[in-house]
Design a protein around this ligand. Structure first.
Ligand code: CU
Length: 145
C-alpha cells in the first residue's frame, strides 16, 4: 500500500517536472546559428547630439512585432547604461534602462543627458524573452554633447 502511494507520488513528481521544463522551453525561441544584432548607427566612440538616431542591424533573423510568434524573428531592445545583463530566460522588464521596440521598429530616436553612455542591443521573442542563444550586440560607448 505505502509502496503504491510512493510510486504514485514519484510518478506525479516526474510528470510535473517534465511539464514545467516543457512549459519553459516553449516560451523560449531558438535563434539560428550565426544570428547577429549590431549597431549601424551610432558606432562605438561616436559623439552625438542629445537627441540622436539609432539604427538597428540584424542578420540571420527577421523582425516581427511583439506578440507575433514567427520562427527566427524577434524585436529589438536597447539596453541603456545597463551594468548587469537581465535574466535571459524571462521576459525583459521595461524601464529607463531597457527600452522595447515591440512595434517591430528597426530604428529609433533616443534623447540622453550629456556625457558618456553605453548602449547594447538585445533581441527578444514575441514574449520579450531573449532567444536561445541570446542575440545580443557588443556594448558601445557614446558621448552625448
Ligand atoms: Cu520587448
Amino acid at each position: 500500500m505505502i509502496e503504491k502511494i510512493i510510486t504514485k507520488v514519484i510518478v506525479l513528481l516526474f510528470i510535473t517536472s517534465i511539464a514545467s521544463v516543457y512549459a519553459d522551453e516553449t516560451l523560449i525561441s531558438e535563434s539560428p546559428e550565426g544570428a547577429k544584432v549590431y549597431f549601424i548607427e551610432p558606432q562605438n566612440g561616436d559623439t552625438v547630439s542629445q537627441t540622436f538616431r539609432v539604427k538597428f542591424g540584424l542578420s540571420g533573423m527577421g523582425v516581427a512585432p511583439a506578440g507575433v510568434d514567427r520562427e527566427h524573428t524577434g524585436h529589438h531592445h536597447i539596453l541603456v547604461n545597463l551594468e548587469e545583463l537581465p535574466a535571459m530566460d524571462k521576459p525583459l522588464p521595461a524601464n529607463d534602462n531597457i527600452i522595447h521596440f515591440g512595434g517591430g521598429q528597426t530604428e529609433a530616436e533616443l534623447t540622453l543627458s550629456p556625457g558618456k553612455h553605453t548602449l547594447q542591443l538585445l533581441l527578444g521573442n514575441h514574449l520579450h524573452i531573449p532567444h536561445n542563444h541570446p542575440v545580443i550586440s557588443e556594448k558601445i560607448t557614446i558621448l552625448v554633447e
